[in-house]
Design a protein around this ligand. Structure first.
Ligand code: DQA
Length: 157
């Protein structure tokens, strides 16, 4: 992996997250995805990382973005939206990614409807950050930086 790739983080956003700011603001807040990406980018800069951001409403696009990150990005932060709860293709793609993976949610899915309590992403993530709203983007990038710097890495079975 080139030195640039070793410091590049891919931030992936799934379906409906392009509507943040308008979509159920009482659940997801008033900030747009652009705002969250800007927060992640600023945090990345502060900790010496580069950020790439991809949003798609299509599962296959996200699978391909994960494939494209192999050997090219050091880590992935992913908010898969509703795909979290059933997209085994994302689970398998992430399992084939060699670096740290942070699962991120604005809301706390565990405190919501029962169908949101299952994550097929969690078993292939180094860890999950949920329920902190926009602060989660900052926390996720900081977690990635520390994992890449060799601090204790979560177990991935
Ligand atoms: C979400 C939680 C998911 O359950 C939901 O389908 C989303 C957003 C979050 O960030 O809180 O689209 O991933």
């Amino acid at each position: 992996m080139s030195p640039a790739a070793a410091r590049t983080v891919l931030l992936l956003s799934g379906p409906n997250l392009n509507l943040l700011g308008e979509r159920e603001p009482e659940v997801y807040g008033a900030a747009t995805l652009e705002d969250h990406v800007a927060t992640a980018r600023m945090t990345a800069k502060r900790v010496g990382l580069e950020l790439e951001a991809v949003q798609s409403n299509r599962e296959g696009d996200l699978v391909e973005a994960i494939h494209g990150a192999r050997g090219r990005c050091a880590a992935i932060v992913i908010n898969p939206g509703a795909l979290t709860h059933y997209a085994w293709s994302l689970h398998d793609a992430l399992a084939a990614f060699e670096g740290p993976v942070v699962e991120l949610h604005l809301s706390n899915p565990n405190a919501r409807e029962p169908w949101r309590h299952t994550s097929v992403i969690a078993p292939v993530a180094s860890g999950s950050i949920v329920g902190f709203g926009g602060l989660g983007y900052e926390l996720a990038i900081e977690a990635v930086a520390r994992l890449l710097d060799g601090e204790e890495v979560g177990a991935r079975g």
